[in-house]
Ligand binder design. Structure first.
Ligand code: SF4
Length: 276
């Protein structure tokens, strides 16, 4: 898929967030192109009808605007990023996230940094031994064939997890976000066991667990990916997303993950994100 990159100027960079006090999004759109991505709602007016992952707007003046916003704001935790991957492909050229990071670190605000891109490791020189920084990666399956279909332009899962190990080594508090666990792929059986085995190996401080939820606009891309990977799983995806059994699926998932996490001594590190 070809990606259209455009440069854009913004009026604000430090915005209030539902999950944390603030979020900073140096990009609008995301070249990682995850098929289940919930962030696509954020570009529904600026890029109507365009395929998710096929465009990205670089907020080229985000660092200078952030500099101003930080001077005017009260201290609070900053999430980078809520609707894009701050280290997605264009960051290699633009370094907008890196410039924002420099300012955020100067501010001393606590940071929650989340990515699927190994480019983040470029900025470990800034982050090393910094208190108040949580760094983590999202992984939905450790099968690279699955990741290629569901997260086509993100770094391979194994490299993401190795980055967590490195983040620990440089003194950061780390997390792995397991979400969404993919029905029939990584939410049960061997797929779940292999995922938790590899997560246990890199010893994150916290493990978040999330399920696949129905969000505006994601179903056609998810259905296409499932069709490509294993068409016999489509009824299960419909059951999980659209049927009355959706709530019981959540309870079953929680029990399965708890059992496997407990077997690996990780249960007390799990934070459940299943109830929203
Ligand atoms: S990395 Fe995050 S924001 Fe980017 S496409 Fe994937 S889920 Fe969406």
């Amino acid at each position: 898929m070809e990606v259209k990159v455009a440069e854009l100027r913004v009026k604000s960079a430090l915005t209030p967030s539902r999950l944390f006090d603030y979020c900073v999004n140096p990009y609008a759109g995301c070249t990682n192109a995850c098929v289940y991505c919930y962030a696509r709602f954020a570009t529904r007016f600026s890029h109507p009808g365009e395929r998710w992952g096929s465009f990205v707007d670089v907020r080229v003046n985000a660092p200078s605007v952030l500099h101003r916003d930080l001077r005017r704001s009260r201290p609070g935790t900053v999430y980078m990023s809520s609707v894009c991957d701050p280290w997605q492909e264009p960051e290699e050229h633009y370094s907008v996230s890196r410039q924002c990071l420099v300012l955020l670190l100067e501010s001393g605000y606590p940071l929650f940094l989340q990515t699927k891109s190994v480019l983040a490791q470029r900025d470990f020189d800034l982050l090393a031994e910094t208190p108040g920084v949580e760094f983590g990666v999202t992984v939905t399956s450790v099968d690279s064939g699955v990741a290629t279909i569901f997260e086509p332009r993100a770094s391979i899962p194994e490299s993401r997890l190795r980055m967590v190990e490195e983040a620990r080594r440089i003194g950061l508090r780390t997390f792995v976000f397991l979400g969404p666990l993919l029905p029939g792929i990584s939410d049960r059986g061997d797929g779940l066991r292999r995922l938790l085995d590899q997560v246990a190996e890199v010893r994150p401080h916290v493990v978040f667990v999330d399920r696949l939820n129905r969000r505006a606009g994601m179903w056609p891309d998810v259905a296409e990916a499932v069709q490509q990977l294993e068409p016999s799983l489509l009824p299960e995806y419909r059951r999980v997303l659209f049927s009355r059994e959706s709530a019981s699926y959540t309870a079953e998932l929680r029990a399965r993950v708890a059992r496997e996490a407990d077997a690996r001594g990780m249960l007390e590190r799990i934070v459940w994100c299943l109830d929203w």
